[in-house]
Every structure is written in structure tokens, then in C-alpha cells.
Design a protein around this ligand. Structure first.
Ligand SMILES: [Zn+2]
Length: 224
């Protein structure tokens, strides 16, 4: 079957199954392994830094950073595309006939792209699990490197100062520390991550199972 987009092509109930199938294909965009590769790369860079602290790591880190951001942009755009199609399927279910669906789709995607451009970095990346994994592999190195030092949360390298909370990536706001693994988070972000459940600490490589009851306000970080 071919579609002549110059005609007033319409999507209705008959096409629903076809759209749904295409929609499912999008879910298989193989971004996960690309993201894991970049996250591994940043972990390796951190490892190498240990042995060659005066090496020129900044440009490598910057490159890994811009790669992971591009991948998250792509991830976000794929999610937006899926959302547009989900909305179209819902319209069809409600009996709406979509006239010139290619135009409708492109217009909506343009709107999404524009809205995305206007977002701040924090809005783009703070909710991203990929980004949280990426930054937590930066953090784990710092913590692992100095396991005996109680103040290691405060005596931090340049990386830690740039990226604080593992979830929002922002500076700590109202910092709380897990009693079980001594990792720290902004209270609001860890609370929304955990909800009322027991979950794994969001730092990669940390296997502590924590709930909000394991968190304590951390004055040391607050005073910083
Ligand atoms: Zn932890």
C-alpha cells in the first residue's frame, strides 16, 4: 500500500493497527547501548585520571559530556514522537478522523522541537535516568577513591563541585544523606525518586536499598 500525501489522506479506525505497529517499532531505537558506552567511557576516564592526574582529561570529559547530552536529546525526541503518535491513536479511538496526518505529525513535531530548544539544561536533563547514571559514574570514583574519609562528601574534586545532586544535577538543595551508604542527595529529588518505596540508591555501583526513612538531614553539606 502506498500513500499519496498530495491527496487529502485520512487516518481513521482502519489504520489504527498499522499506526500502533509503527509506534512499537520506535520503542526499539537502540539508544541504551550507546548511552552505556559513553557512561563506561566517563568511568574509564575517571579511572585513568587516578594514575595520570596531570593529563589533559578536560577535553575528553567535555566530549563525553556533549555526547551523552546529544544521546539524551535523541532519547527525549523519540519519547516526544511516541507521545505524538499516542495522541493520534487516542484521537482515532475517540472517533476523530485525522486529515493529512503527515502534516499534523510534522506540525506537532515542530512544536515539540521548538519547546525543547527553549528549555534550560536542567529541564532537558534533570529527569533523565541516562544522565543520572552517567553522572553517578563520575561520583562513584570520587567516593571509592577515599572510602575512609568521613568528610569525602565535602572534600571534593572539581567534578563533584560541578554536578551535585545525582538526580537533578543541580547544587544540593536541602541535602540529605543515606544512613546506609552515606550517599547524599537533594531532599526533594530523592523523595520523588523513592516515593514511599524501597529502591536502590541512585548512585551507580551502589547496591544499598534505601527508603526515605534511611535519610537524614546533612548539616555538613548544607553549610558548605
Ligand atoms: Zn548509595
Amino acid at each position: 500500500m502506498s500513500v499519496d500525501f498530495n491527496k487529502d489522506y485520512k487516518l481513521g479506525r482502519n489504520e489504527r493497527a498499522g499506526i500502533k505497529a509503527l509506534h512499537l517499532l520506535w520503542k526499539r531505537v537502540p539508544l541504551d547501548s550507546a548511552c552505556e558506552n559513553v557512561t563506561d567511557l566517563i568511568a574509564q576516564i575517571q579511572h585513568c585520571k587516578q594514575y595520570e592526574p596531570n593529563g589533559d582529561w578536560n577535553s575528553l570529559e567535555a566530549s563525553a559530556d556533549s555526547n551523552i547530552r546529544s544521546l539524551v536529546d535523541l532519547e527525549n525526541r523519540t519519547l516526544s514522537k511516541q507521545q505524538i503518535v499516542t495522541d493520534m491513536i487516542q484521537d482515532i479511538d475517540e472517533g476523530v478522523e485525522i486529515v493529512k496526518p503527515d502534516n499534523v505529525y510534522r506540525r506537532k513535531l515542530d512544536e515539540v522541537d521548538q519547546a525543547y530548544k527553549d528549555k534550560s539544561s536542567r529541564q532537558k536533563y534533570a529527569d533523565s535516568e541516562t544522565m543520572a547514571n552517567y553522572y553517578s559514574s563520575l561520583w562513584v570514583y570520587i567516593e571509592d577513591n577515599d572510602p575512609e574519609d568521613d568528610d569525602s562528601d565535602i572534600e571534593v574534586g572539581s567534578v563533584r563541585q560541578n554536578f551535585n545532586d545525582p538526580i537533578t544535577l543541580g547544587l544540593f538543595e536541602n541535602p540529605y544523606t543515606s544512613e546506609l551508604c552515606k550517599h547524599s542527595y537533594s531532599y526533594e529529588s530523592i523523595k520523588s525518586y523513592l516515593g514511599d518505596r524501597v529502591k536502590r540508591c541512585p548512585y551507580s555501583g551502589c547496591s544499598a536499598s534505601i527508603s526515605v526513612h534511611n535519610l537524614k538531614e546533612d548539616q555538613r553539606l548544607a553549610k558548605r
